[in-house]
Design a protein around this ligand. Structure first.
Ligand code: BES
Ligand code: ZN
Length: 590
């Protein structure tokens, strides 16, 4: 069988799914998602048709009223099981009845205690990268796009939302059924739903925030710049193609900062800090509307095309909204996280290449800052080679020509050769795309906002600690940069001073705490441990908590406390987060 995507069982020579009608029923008692889905193909198919599944119980398959024989292949630890419909005999559509079990990787079932309100349970999905197949059979490759209609039946009085346009809802016998229509075709990884006590607030003519009632006010305030960001995105990259841009504030255990689900971005509540200083995350997910959701990486091996482009677009939008100095400060922060990643993997390791073979590798386990920040650096290198106006014109054409399509790294190179020949002469594309490490000609980022931080870091090296008055008016991104550059082990009394100077006992910015707790644990500042453990127990975003947990596992005085911590929090955290914590422990033999 021809495998077209290393992370999918789909065989595109058999045909492609074009549209899905989903009837979904959420059972909070059994923690099951029960479904009947009707699939329409681009063309009527003869012979076998292969789909991705993982952990699903398949009850029946039929086409045009007759049963279709099917078989499930061997379980692959990364891909799951191939569901083969033995012969579609020219049917243009088929229907599958199935159940997703409680442990489905894309689902997190929350108890009322894990929500802000505390009264109702909650359910949400996270499909990227390979998890859509754990909730419905599909060609789970980013290179297949489909439209859909859905009905979502939930217990009254809960509310269901989806990555689609809501069309109606009705109540009967203790349940509510919400209906949706998704007219723009999406790849499976952008499919999403959430169910809980969810209210909403309009932000502007085409954006709305959804959240639990307790957080809706503060979320609406924090996200007030959404329409301005949309306008800026349109100026740079063309008309917004998804009609609406809505956001859902997730419960704290959401495993990522943000997820660009179509028409409905999911956002971590930890970005609501009361001063809009973490809204770069919103700019990032919103920018995906063009780079990623509209022009989509063909496989997860081309992931840098999604995230590198989006990091670039995010900083261009912020450059207009906050000023170029601020955008360059963020770029410098990004460079530093990239260097950390390169050091972590080793500068010649495969995951430091923008593109490398991921056969037999789960993309989630090699997820790092490399595709984001090395991809960003590459695009800035191209931009600086030809100048911003020429690069912007190139980008607009690239997006217009590939909208609602997918793109490989190799196809992108062809486009560069055709449309940006000057850059191709000046920049060694092969080295940037396929070699490990960071090329010699990586651009540098300058800003007076960075200089201020560098001066204080220089002082620190010379033995002079920062003072409260000196840093009180720093932007969040400046303090963050300062912490990034601090050594991981410092004298314990320095920990105490920094805690005072940056008011870390009161901060709402989890990024600061992530660094501070990591440094404190490695440095033996024992007082922070209960607070550090509390953060790991409540915040699901592993970007924040993994450095802390890793420090625990790697430091003598805490290493034997890491496994008991995981066992205490296992039930509360997302399966994706738990899997990552297990990996940290496995590496240390714990
Ligand atoms: N699409 C990603 C999140 C993701 C990537 C989920 C791969 C699963 C697999 C999202 O757009 C993202 O990049 N989120 C970042 C935010 C950021 C870089 C501003 C995150 O969650 O930290
Ligand atoms: Zn992203």
């Amino acid at each position: 069988m021809a495998r077209h995507d290393p992370h999918s069982h789909a065989d595109f020579s058999q045909g492609r799914i074009q549209h899905i009608d989903l009837q979904l029923e959420v059972d909070f008692e059994r923690h099951e998602l029960r479904s009947t889905c009707r699939y329409r193909l681009e063309r009527a198919a003869v012979g076998p048709f292969d789909l991705d599944t993982r952990g699903l119980k398949i009850h029946s398959v039929s086409a045009g009223g007759r049963d279709v024989a099917f078989s499930l292949g061997e379980e692959d630890s990364i891909l799951g099981r191939r569901l083969r419909l033995e012969d579609l005999r020219g049917a243009p559509s088929f229907e599958i009845e199935f159940t997703a079990p409680p442990e489905a990787r894309a689902l997190q079932w929350l108890t009322p205690a894990q929500t802000a309100g505390g009264h109702y349970p909650y359910l949400f999905t996270q499909c990227q990268a390979l998890n859509a197949r754990t909730i419905f059979p599909c060609q789970d490759s980013p290179s297949v796009r489909f439209t859909f209609d859905a009905s979502l039946r939930v217990p009254d009085p809960l509310v269901g939302v989806m990555s689609a346009a809501p069309t109606s809802d009705e109540a009967s016998d203790g349940h509510r059924t919400f209906r949706f229509r998704m007219p723009q075709p999406i790849p499976s990884y952008l499919f999403a739903l959430a169910v809980g006590e969810i209210s909403s607030r309009d932000l502007g003519p085409r954006s709305r925030v959804y959240a639990e009632p307790q957080v809706i006010e503060s979320a609406a305030w924090e996200f007030a710049q959404t329409e301005a960001m949309l306008d800026q995105g349109e100026k740079l990259y063309g008309p917004y193609p998804w009609e609406r841009y809505d956001m859902l504030v997730m419960p704290p255990s959401f495993p990522y900062g943000g997820m660009e689900n179509a028409r409905l971005t999911f956002l971590t509540p930890t970005m609501i800090v009361g001063d809009r200083s973490l809204t770069n995350l919103l700019a990032h997910e919103l920018a995906h509307s063009w780079t990623g959701n509209l022009v989509t990486n063909a496989t997860w091996e081309d992931f840098w095309l999604n995230e590198g482009w989006t990091t670039y677009a995010e900083r261009r939008i912020l450059g207009v909204l906050e000023g170029e100095d601020s955008a360059m400060l963020r770029a410098a922060t990004g460079r530093n996280t990239l260097i950390r990643s390169l050091n972590h993997f080793g500068w010649t390791a495969d995951p430091t290449r923008l593109k490398f073979s991921q056969k037999g590798i789960n993309p989630e386990t090699v997820l790092s800052q490399v595709p984001y920040e090395k991809g960003y650096a590459f695009l800035v290198r191209l931009e600086r080679a030809v100048g911003r106006p020429a690069f912007d014109a190139f980008t607009r054409k690239y997006i217009a020509e590939h909208r609602f399509q997918t793109i490989t790294t190799e196809a992108f190179v062809q486009i560069l050769r055709r449309d940006l020949p000057l850059a191709v002469r000046l920049v060694d594309l092969d080295t940037w795309l396929y070699s490990p490490g960071l090329p010699q000609d990586a651009p540098s980022f300058e800003s007076p906002l960075i200089d201020v931080v560098s001066n204080r870091l220089f002082d620190y090296q010379e033995g002079r600690l920062p003072r409260r008055e000196g840093v009180a008016n720093w932007a969040t991104a400046q303090t963050y940069l300062f912490f990034q550059f601090l050594p991981r082990r410092i004298p314990v009394d320095h920990c105490r001073v920094l805690e005072q100077v940056f008011a870390l006992d009161r901060t709402r910015v989890p990024h600061f705490l992530s660094h501070f707790y990591e440094i404190s644990i490695r440095s033996g500042y024992r007082e922070v441990l209960p607070r550090a453990e509390e953060l790991v127990a409540t915040v699901g975003r592993s970007f924040i908590t993994r450095p802390i947990f890793q420090a625990m596992a790697e430091t003598e005085w805490t290493r034997l406390l890491a496994r008991p911590l995981l066992e205490r929090v296992r039930q509360r955290l997302h399966p994706i987060t738990v899997a990552q914590m297990e990996e940290v422990l496995a590496k240390k033999g714990l």
